[in-house]
Design a protein around this ligand. Sequence first.
Ligand SMILES: NC(=O)c1ccc[n+]([C@@H]2O[C@H](COP(=O)([O-])OP(=O)(O)OC[C@H]3O[C@@H](n4cnc5c(N)ncnc54)[C@H](OP(=O)(O)O)[C@@H]3O)[C@@H](O)[C@H]2O)c1
Length: 294
Amino acid sequence: MKMMITGASGLLGRACSKVFADLNPITCAWTRACSGDLKLDLTDAEAIRTAVNDIRPELILHTAAERKPDICENQQELTQSLNVDATRTLAEAAEEIGAKLVYISTDYVFDGTNPPYAVDAIPNPLNFYGQTKRAGEEAVLQASGNHVVLRVPILYGEVETLEESPVTTLLNELLNPAAHSIDDWAVRYPTYVGDVAQTLRNWSRTLLNNPESSGIYHMSGAEELTKYDMACAIGDVLHLDHSHLSPDHQPPAGAPRPENSQLDISRIQEETLVVQTAFSTNIQRILTQFLFQT
Ligand SMILES: NC(=O)c1ccc[n+]([C@@H]2O[C@H](COP(=O)([O-])OP(=O)(O)OC[C@H]3O[C@@H](n4cnc5c(N)ncnc54)[C@H](OP(=O)(O)O)[C@@H]3O)[C@@H](O)[C@H]2O)c1
């Protein structure tokens, strides 16, 4: 199977590149492109069309995006260009050569007032990030009846820096000895990027061979945790004191976020084995190395 992965230098893209490595996917990155990656600026529509026509993949995993809500709010033109325009160009170019596109989207397309959300629930994004990801979904679904939108919630995994994931950055909160509060308002479903990548791998043959496998799907970790819960869980597995942290029951400052955008994952479970490994085991393995660097 000939594959192309965008955002291959990002958190989810690295995990996908690893899980699909034996298929020698064309990995596309931009500022962090390494040797072996195709350096492709997705804000350049002509470059996207040329790459897709030259590579002629059967499957494209489109993970690249601006995904930090506060940056999206402050850099709207760039966010629109990457999250919406590039997605539309890629989806149309894929359709022209008969390739299937899997577009990674987010639970932030929902307002978080009426969970759990089925795949056909009506989106109502609360912030610009969510609005652009929803517009990206619409562009993908309009470009082809064959493409797939896969929504996932908050991601964590093997980070290069703690700040790369909103989950791993909680280690900084634990190591800051000053008494302070952490968001205990928003209910989250932290999802390990290795689980998303392995689920995509399990599903990939069906995705390509089953014409019914198209449209919107949800994938999620199984555990329900606030950021405060996650910080305490990280403290417990790493044997770090968390008595200086207190729960904050107010909505966090910054771009508005959904309170509980739990995703109903039953549709993808009907088609493949969905991998959901334990938060505590993963986060202990991922963060241990950072204890000796800070
Ligand atoms: N992280 C989360 O908690 C979360 C939650 C829900 C959904 N999602 C969705 O999951 C997907 C993956 O997120 P992630 O956390 O893996 O993102 P990430 O770590 O922030 O990576 C973003 C990727 O986009 C690439 N990119 C940025 N600008 C580009 C450009 N102009 N041209 C080409 N590539 C460009 C980056 O490449 P360079 O670094 O090489 O420039 C990087 O590989 C996104 O679609 C996101 O919306 C993420």
